[in-house]
Ligand binder design. Sequence first.
Ligand SMILES: [Zn+2]
Ligand SMILES: [Zn+2]
Length: 230
Amino acid sequence: MSNVQQNNSANAGILAYSIIITLLGIGIIVFSVLKDWSMGAYVLGGIFLVAGGSMLVGRMKGGLKYVKLDCPRCGHSQTFAEEALDKDRMVPCKSCDGYMHRDANGVHPVSEDTIADEPIFEAACPAGDFQWPSGCALCGKPHTSVESVEGSTFHVGAVSNKRITLTCNIPVCDEHKGQNAVSIGPGIYIQGDKDFSIRFRSYRACVNFRTLNPTEKRTTTGAAVTFGRQ
Ligand SMILES: [Zn+2]
Ligand SMILES: [Zn+2]
């Protein structure tokens, strides 16, 4: 168990940032009027005003608060946005990748028996061929069939943008066919080859997949902004 503390410097930073963006937006609009600038300047000012203003409103409502916590498994000290740890939400440690959750008493490791309602437990997709752990991807009992799951990531390139699709045959038992055992797509916290993350409802299946397919872990930049990954 570990304690959670408010990360005051990050909280103050995000507040200052939202105020600056809001003021910048107001400033650009005021100057647009005074100096008779083009329509583009109004639009730019408006974008800053909406972006900064909505962050400010969110911050005042108690959102976008950052908390500091120590991983209950490896002890690594890290920062998350408070809403990433809201009731029933689970996040991976930024060092050991073990999932943790928070309750009134602090932060605890997620039990390997955990089955989430949605595929949320992420494993980085390895480059090239990879193996599925034996047994149903949801309950671990001997698999009796496979189901095809497809996902895609989007890459913005210098010359052209392209969508990359990955299709996998997931081992499942009769009972868990069509039960959303696995999903494939861009990772929220952890991603691998071509930004793909393989996501499981069963935490044990996710851990087994990672063990079978060791790969260099990458963290996502989107999560760095939204959930305070460092
Ligand atoms: Zn850890
Ligand atoms: Zn099953």
